[in-house]
Design a protein around this ligand. Sequence first.
Ligand SMILES: C[S@@+](CC[C@H](N)C(=O)[O-])C[C@H]1O[C@@H](n2cnc3c(N)ncnc32)[C@H](O)[C@@H]1O
Length: 416
Amino acid sequence: MGNIENRLRPEDSSIHDWYRFVLSFPPHLVQQYLEDFVTNNSSLVLDPFCGTGTTNVECKKNGIPSWGIEASPITHFASKTKCTWLTGKYNLLEGAKRIAKKAENVIKSTTELRTLSDVQLGLILKNSISDRPLSDTLILRDTILSENSVYQDYYLLALAKHIVFSYSNLKFGPEVGVSRKKKEYVDTVSIWIAEVKKMQIDLNANEKNALVSSNITWGDSRNIPVSTAKYHGKVDCVITSPPYPNEKDYSRTTRLESIILGFLNNKEDLRRVKQGFIRSNSKNVYRSDNDAQYVRDIASINELSKKIEQRRIELGKTSGFEKLYASVVMLYFGGMAKHLLELKPFLKDGASLAYVVGDQASYFQIPIRTSMLLGEVAESLGGYSVERIDTFRKRFATATETWLNEDVLVLKYRGK
Ligand SMILES: C[S@@+](CC[C@H](N)C(=O)[O-])C[C@H]1O[C@@H](n2cnc3c(N)ncnc32)[C@H](O)[C@@H]1O
């Protein structure tokens, strides 16, 4: 999430840490809005772009029921697993030790390294993982799957985390890239089992709230799955951080573990997943996209889009992606409008909503005041009003000498 303070405070550690990616927001921010919005422990909190589940985990820790929606299959899997807590007698470690032993034996005796298919290799960043760690990871994955344990999801999530942070050559800046220094040998199994051990400690520490409900739906929050109609009129508050119009490709950040764990197998899978995302970058625009229609009558967004296109022409920029920048802005705010329309039947009258969004300047350095524009979009749809915009961080963009805010847009839903 942009430059927002992503570092963990001590109290933020544990289950949040099972799998988080650079775009997740800090749990203490969620805590702040829970204190503000939630009046009792039967309130239902929704995060319609729940990512790695920060809002939902934080709710569960506080005994508050929650619902999350996430379009990416790997992050959906992660948040769902992070919100599945256990009661009573269980033992993640016993099965994990058996798996570790078997996997180590196979790793030792393997003469020909295992690898991914050519199609799968074509979808990951070149050199994102070296041959030996990849082979060991695939052996460990297959051993986990062959055990068919009731704890399989925890085991796979522990693997997913370390594929990214321990086994791969990936590095994370504003975008994901490949480090120059490659990891050629990693003690895959020991790292994995240490993570499972940590999970067991975290589950023990949180047993008391194991039964607090937190349902995570795999879906597109511009088109909320029919199966969730049971939540009609039930949501008391929304705390979320949607994508921003900033050229970030969420499918790239999680590509390696998505492929290794089988959440993406080919280009068609990838396209289907990307089509479920709010359009926030020019690499994710399709001929059939029509979300712009929802903001057709909002002058400020149309002007912004025209300004970006004019600047492109002035600068003589002619790449296919640059030509799409003006459309991305329309599609982004249009998609968010569609989401807010879709949300209405689920909200209680008087519901409070917090959208964590950042100003951006990714398109020829023209500032996009995301929270203000999103507030305008919400008010244009009827039923929503802007309560306030809380700025919690600012950064100075030297190139344009402007301040870019990181804000929380607070909305109220007043029903029909
Ligand atoms: C800024 S991240 C949210 C991070 C989250 N707060 C966390 O702590 O991990 C935005 C998330 O929205 C998801 N997303 C994008 N478009 C979506 C859509 N149309 N419906 C549901 N989720 C979507 C992305 O996959 C990404 O995980």
